[in-house]
Every structure is written in structure tokens, then in C-alpha cells.
Design a protein. Structure first.
Length: 232
């Protein structure tokens, strides 16, 4: 990934709260390029290896409930670019119209197969295609829904610093908040509680990851993710 020049960033990102994070990444421009090369090579290999298992999962989803195999909600990635994420559908068709964007524990919209996929994060396998497209990376801030990103400035403009790099399949924040659905289960207003109570904590870890960015730390995060999934 090539880091844009400061003057070429979107206007909403050219603010003092983001500049320290930008300067850190600017010193790691070579590592950012290597990170992208790794994403393309590793993503291509994994898609080839996982092609058959993903086809089997697709058949299971179709047999379990009506609707598309994939969930294609609009999310936000590097420099505020919007894209439609690839995930295996784990909820009933049209779930976005039947509740919050954030999923709570024991959500009645989750299908039988969907619960099993979510437990092992297998629903995220199709995001390998987003990695090849450049919209995502293996490690980076999890892509948020548009309506949440639009509120970043209301809470802390530093949150926009997470858009200096592509969104990620995993991150330190997603590991530490892997059970966020349980935290939101009793909330009367899930969206409000997520923005007010959950997101600030996640952003602390996301911003710390930028401060301490290195390829070694990315690899460590990937290994920690595997360990976290195996413990579930």
C-alpha cells in the first residue's frame, strides 16, 4: 500500500489529531508496501487452499435458510472509501432491516449454521477476496459500518487515523473485544451503547496498533487471533 501525501488526504483527515499517526506510518512506508505484497501472496494461496471448504459452507448456508450465500453490507476502509464487504451470511435474509447493525449475543436473527460459522469466525473467510481487492488487509482496524464512521468526529477526530490503512480481517481490538456481542446483549439501544461504550475502547487499541506498527507486530496479531479462535 502506498501512503498518500498529507495534502492528498481527504479534507476530513487533514486535521491535527491525525497528523501524529500519519507521521508514524510515513516512517514505515517500506513496511506498508511489504505488507501489501504479503496480503496478495498469502491471500491468493489461502483462497486456493480454502476454495473447496468455502464451497461446502456455501451449500450448507443455502440448505439452512433462504437468501444469498454472502452478506454484502457497505463498510468503510482506507481514506474513507466505501466498499461492500464479503462475508458468509449468518443471519436471516434482510437482517439489517430487522434490527441493529451490531449483533448481540443470542440474536434471534442468527441462523443455525450461522451460529456455528460465527463461533469459529468462518463467516469471515470470503474477506480474502476483499484483501486481494485492496479494500482490506489481514491485520488492521475492523471495517465499521458507514453510519458509525460518520459519527467519529462527534466523539474523537483521532478515530479517523484508523482510515490511513486498509481495514483488517483481524486486529488487537477485535481479539480483546471478541465477546462484544455479550456486552451489548442487555442494551436497550444497541447502536448508542456501541458508540458510547464499546467503540472508544476498541479505538484505543486500534490507535495503539498504529503507534506501534511493524510487520512483526502484524504477524504476532495473526497468531494471537488463531489462538483466540481455538479457545472459543
Amino acid at each position: 500500500m502506498m501512503l498518500k501525501k498529507w495534502d492528498n488526504l481527504p479534507d476530513f483527515m487533514q486535521v491535527k489529531e491525525i497528523k501524529p499517526y500519519y507521521d508514524i506510518l510515513r516512517r514505515h512506508r517500506g513496511s506498508l508496501i511489504i505488507k501489501r505484497v504479503f496480503d496478495v501472496i498469502a491471500g491468493s494461496i489461502l483462497i486456493a487452499i480454502l476454495a473447496v471448504p468455502m464451497c461446502i459452507i456455501a451449500v450448507m448456508i443455502k440448505k439452512d435458510s433462504s437468501g444469498s450465500v454472502f452478506y454484502r453490507q457497505e463498510r468503510v476502509t482506507v481514506y474513507g472509501k466505501k466498499f461492500r464487504i464479503h462475508k458468509f451470511r449468518t443471519m436471516v435474509d434482510g437482517a439489517d432491516r430487522k434490527g441493529s447493525t451490531v449483533t448481540v449475543d443470542n440474536d434471534n436473527r442468527i441462523t443455525k449454521i450461522g451460529a456455528r460459522l460465527r463461533d469459529r469466525r468462518l463467516d469471515e473467510l470470503p474477506q480474502l477476496f476483499d484483501v486481494l481487492d485492496g479494500n482490506m488487509s489481514f491485520v488492521g482496524t475492523r471495517p465499521e459500518a458507514v453510519k458509525y464512521v460518520e459519527q467519529y468526529g462527534k466523539y474523537d477526530k483521532a478515530y479517523y487515523a484508523t482510515l490511513l490503512m486498509p481495514a483488517g480481517i483481524t486486529s488487537d481490538a477485535s481479539i480483546r473485544y471478541k465477546d462484544e456481542a455479550q456486552l451489548l446483549e442487555e442494551a436497550d439501544d444497541v447502536d448508542l451503547v456501541y458508540m458510547r461504550d464499546i467503540l472508544p475502547g476498541k479505538m484505543k487499541w486500534n490507535l495503539d496498533s498504529i503507534k506501534n506498527f511493524s510487520l512483526i507486530n502484524d504477524i504476532k496479531t495473526m497468531f494471537r487471533t488463531v489462538g483466540a479462535v481455538r479457545k472459543r
